[in-house]
Design a protein around this ligand. Structure first.
Ligand SMILES: [Zn+2]
Ligand SMILES: [Zn+2]
Length: 153
């Protein structure tokens, strides 16, 4: 299932059919919350999703948006992003991947690099527990920010 590079409309159609196949209602609210998460590569937090959706559905409550995000995450349509779930940021791409983080503008870009998936766990990893996935975050300054800096006098 490679849907990440599809247009938002096609991804929304995909979500609709997935929800219906699983016996869930493809409600307007669910679709709009999903749309807000996939709209940008910001990997937004719940509050940013709420503020974005509210522009289209002024009557939607914060609670509904938070619950819908949790629902979409439980169903595997979006993924938690960040060190742990408590950070409440959401990743529009549920497939395993890595991230490039711009320390200047905060933009988060997805980074596909399958060889990194097979980094062996560190020595002693067996004592720590069981590794389920590996996430690498590369930090720096994105090309947009770099070219802005060049334009400064
Ligand atoms: Zn940047
Ligand atoms: Zn991502």
């Amino acid at each position: 299932m490679i849907i990440k590079d599809e247009s938002p409309e096609r991804r929304l159609d995909w979500l609709k059919s997935q929800l219906q196949q699983a016996g869930h209602k493809a409600t307007h609210q669910r679709l709009e919350v999903f749309r807000q998460v996939i709209l940008t590569d910001e990997h937004p937090d719940a509050e940013a999703v709420y503020l974005g959706v509210r522009e289209r559905i002024p009557t939607i409550s914060r609670n509904t948006v938070y619950q819908t995000l949790q629902f979409l995450m439980d169903q595997g349509f979006i993924a938690p992003f960040g060190v742990h779930q408590a950070s409440h940021r959401y990743d529009p791409n549920p497939a395993p991947h890595h991230h490039l983080l711009c320390l200047r503008c905060g933009k988060v870009s997805d980074y596909e690099a399958s060889p990194l998936e097979i980094i062996p766990p560190p020595m002693g990893g067996a004592n720590w527990g069981k590794v389920d996935s590996i996430h690498v975050e590369l930090r720096g300054v994105c090309s947009d920010c770099l070219s802005e800096r060049k334009r400064e006098p």
